[in-house]
Every structure is written in structure tokens, then in C-alpha cells.
Ligand binder design. Structure first.
Ligand code: MN
Length: 440
């Protein structure tokens, strides 16, 4: 269970100058993990963000500055994927966090040694932070589920099961990429309005979904569910996630078994994983809309009610090819916060394993599109354009209902509140390329 300690002290300052700006996403209180290299000739290894730098965990491991659990964690984090570090559990993650915090603190005797392990973030190449064995995407925003449900079923937008269990589907890990991912517009089957037969071709209704990703830390043996009281100990941290979606393919294929090819051509995540421990100051009460059912006992706990939700601010922006050429900044489409979610991350883990399903370190859970209570807080173009009926002005001469070739979608995530240091997730972006030529 993540708890406040000295590493969250908002007064704490690092000796590293670049942590001092008010807009710094990676102050000493954050310390997120990624896998990186400086150029293609180098080995991938784990790193921790501080200011505009990365602490190279492979270099740090060689120095042997730390002992015990912190040393174990740093050695594990020096590998080309973070799966082993994720497997080691919260005691080790927190030992690494405390050790790095102490070393980075103003006046630390380790300053010179740690400085020798820094490499600049500018120019770093990132890879996926873990080998993602399995990927499950949920549907935790009741505002998103209601808005989308209303388009299909105006009289009963939410199906009865939504109130009782976290709806999800098994996605595909093969097409998950890291920020900077560019992918071809998917082709597939869609049923044009009023047509008797489907056609195959490039998706005409390509969309993004503003989500968070949840990296599983230690897994569970098959047949052994994870109770709510232990669920958060199985979560390493959170990243930004864009579940790119082809709405026309989805509308035609989704019944009766759920999303399939509309979702598995590309999913983009941010390189940095912000640990649950770093998010501790931003925990908030789990509050459902008036009149909602209380969760069944296996999905409920006092801790979940008191602080199961997390206030993570999210926003989505778009930059077209023309805007890029004219050097115009991205246009912000919407913003919301994860605190509105109808299910917490602990509930996702517990429900996923209630049947005995085994999770493994490095598995990824998507939270589902995060939309706030008002239409302007929607986390997809499907909602913002009212199903494609209301174009959105994105620059002086361009509007969008769905994504066009060349569009870049940018997500940002951050946490802030009085009495805590502001922390960020870093930018995440992905770009749509023209459809690939049809097979044959
Ligand atoms: Mn999704």
C-alpha cells in the first residue's frame, strides 16, 4: 500500500538545477521508470527520470553505491526490460525510490557519483518499458460508457452489468508501441449506412482513446485470486495510453464478442511509468454518482472507499500535418481527470483474477477511455464530434470529426494539489500514416 513518506515532502529539492522550474514534470518527488538507450548502437537499459536527465540504472548498478533491497532493485532495473524489477514487489520499488531520493537530495554526499550516471533525456530513444505478455483494456469511465451507449441505445445507454463489474476485453500486446509510434490507417470491414453488405477498405472513422495504462508488478499463481486488500501491491505504476480505435470497423464487428480488429492495429503508451508510490499524495476518495450501487463485497474495501481513486489530470491535443508545417502548436481537444472513473485500479486487478486468472509482471491493463461528466471533457472524437455529426475546429482552416492522415495526437498527464509537489507523466504522441495498400 503506497503511503506518504519523506520522498513526498514538497519542500525537498534536488541538487540538479533542471528540477527547479515550476513546469518540471520530473522533480525529486516523481522518479518514474523507463527503458532507454542514447543511440541504436547501445544496449537498452532501465532509467529513472530526474529533471531533464535520466539516471542510467546500468551505470548506477556498476558503481555499487547502495546495498540491500535498493541494490537488488537497481540491478533488476538495469536490464533491457523492467519485468524483473516489477516482479520484485513494493518493498524493493520503495527501497530504490528512497535510495535515489536521498542521493539526489541537495547536499547529498552521493551527488558526484550520481551525476556521473546522468544522461540527457533529449536525444534518448525509448522502448516499451516491459515485455508485455498480456494486455486487457477496461471501460472504467461511466461518462464515456453512457455517452457511447446512448448513440447505440438511446433509451438504455448502460447495460445492467456495467453497474456491477469492470467491463473489459482481452486486447493484443503485439501492436503496443511507445510514444513516437506511427502506424498505418487500418483497413477492414465496415457496413456503410443503409448498405445491405459490408465493404472493405481504409477506416473512415479513426479515433483516439484517452486512457491510462496500469503495469502489473508481481503476478499471482493461477487459481489464486488477488483480494482487494492486496491488489495495489501488485501494481507497479501507471503510464499514458492511447487505444487507437477504428469506429466504423468496431460498429460492424463488435457484436456479439466485443472489440477485435478495430482495436489491435496500434496502441501507444508513454515511455515513463509513474509509480504508485509517487502518486500517493494524489489519492482521493472513491465516489460514485448519486444513486449508484455499492460494489459487491469482493470489490470493496475501506481503503478503496477512502482513497481508491487517483486525481490524475489528463488532456488530449491534436496537430495536423498542415499545423506542423506552419509551426502551429497543437490544439487542445479536451481535458479531464481519472478521479471520475467508476472503477479503481485495485478493483480492476481483483476482478481480473476473481476467476483464478493469473496476471504476470509486465502485463498491461488499460483503464478505458477517460471522459469527465460534461461533454467537453470527453476522451474521444466519437464523443466530442457527437458521433461524427459536429466537426471540431482545430486550426483556422481545418476541422475534424475523426482523424486524418498525418495527424499527431498528443496526451499529457500530471498531478497537482496544494501541499504536494506537482508531478507529470511526460508527453506522449503518436501519428496516423496513410493506409497500407490492400493485400494481393
Ligand atoms: Mn479503450
Amino acid at each position: 500500500m503506497s503511503q506518504l513518506d519523506e520522498t513526498h515532502d514538497p519542500q525537498a529539492r534536488s541538487w540538479l538545477e533542471s528540477t527547479r522550474g515550476i513546469d518540471c514534470e520530473f522533480p525529486i518527488q516523481n522518479l518514474p521508470f523507463a527503458v532507454f538507450r542514447c543511440d541504436a548502437t547501445e544496449e537498452l537499459r532501465g532509467g529513472v527520470a530526474i529533471g531533464d536527465q535520466i539516471i542510467d540504472l546500468a551505470a548506477l548498478a556498476k558503481l555499487g553505491l547502495f546495498q540491500g533491497l535498493a541494490a537488488d532493485g537497481i540491478r533488476a532495473g538495469a536490464q533491457s526490460s523492467l519485468n524483473l524489477l516489477m516482479q520484485l514487489g513494493p518493498e524493493v520499488w520503495n527501497a530504490v525510490r528512497r535510495a535515489l531520493f536521498q542521493g539526489l537530495l541537495e547536499g547529498s554526499s552521493l551527488q558526484a557519483a550520481l551525476r556521473s550516471c546522468l544522461v540527457p533525456q533529449s536525444g534518448a530513444q525509448y522502448s516499451l518499458p516491459a515485455q508485455i505478455g498480456d494486455y486487457t483494456d477496461f471501460y472504467t469511465s461511466i461518462h464515456h460508457a453512457t455517452a457511447v451507449g446512448r448513440m447505440m441505445r438511446p433509451d438504455s445507454p448502460l447495460l445492467p452489468n456495467y453497474s456491477w463489474l469492470p467491463i473489459g476485453y482481452h486486447g493484443r500486446s503485439s501492436s503496443i508501441g511507445v510514444s513516437g509510434q506511427a502506424f498505418h490507417r487500418p483497413r477492414g470491414q465496415r457496413l456503410p449506412p443503409g448498405a445491405a453488405q459490408p465493404v472493405v477498405g481504409p477506416s473512415m472513422r479513426l479515433d483516439y482513446e484517452l486512457e491510462l495504462g496500469v503495469f502489473v508488478g508481481g503476478g499471482n499463481p493461477r487459481g489464486t485470486p488477488i483480494p482487494m486488500a492486496d491488489a495495489e501491491a501488485h501494481i507497479f505504476g501507471l503510464c499514458l495510453l492511447n487505444d487507437w480505435s477504428a469506429r466504423d470497423l468496431q460498429a460492424w464487428e463488435y457484436q456479439p464478442l466485443g472489440p477485435f480488429l478495430a482495436k489491435n492495429f496500434a496502441t501507444t503508451i508513454s515511455p515513463w511509468i509513474v509509480t504508485l508510490q509517487a502518486l500517493a499524495p494524489f489519492r482521493v476518495a472513491f465516489i460514485r454518482p448519486d444513486g449508484a450501487f455499492a460494489p459487491l463485497p469482493y470489490l470493496n474495501s475501506p481503503r478503496n472507499q477512502e482513497a481508491g481513486a487517483i486525481d490524475i489530470r489528463l488532456d488530449a491535443s491534436i496537430q495536423s500535418a498542415a499545423m506542423r508545417e506552419r509551426r502551429e502548436p497543437p490544439h487542445r481537444l479536451s481535458s479531464t481527470t481519472f478521479r471520475h472513473a467508476y472503477w479503481t485500479i485495485a478493483q480492476l486487478v481483483t476482478h481480473h483474477t476473481v476467476n483464478g486468472c493469473d496476471l504476470h509482471s509486465g502485463d498491461l491493463l488499460g483503464t478505458g477511455t477517460q471522459s469527465g461528466p460534461t461533454p467537453a471533457e470527453a476522451g474521444s472524437l466519437l464523443e466530442l464530434s457527437a458521433g461524427g455529426k459536429q466537426p471540431i475546429q482545430i486550426s483556422r482552416d481545418e476541422s475534424r470529426t475523426f482523424l486524418e492522415d498525418g495527424d499527431t495526437v498528443i496526451f499529457r498527464g500530471w498531478c497537482e494539489r496544494t501541499g504536494a509537489a506537482r508531478i507529470g507523466f511526460g508527453d506522449m504522441q503518436g501519428r496516423v500514416l496513410p493506409a497500407i495498400d490492400p493485400p494481393g
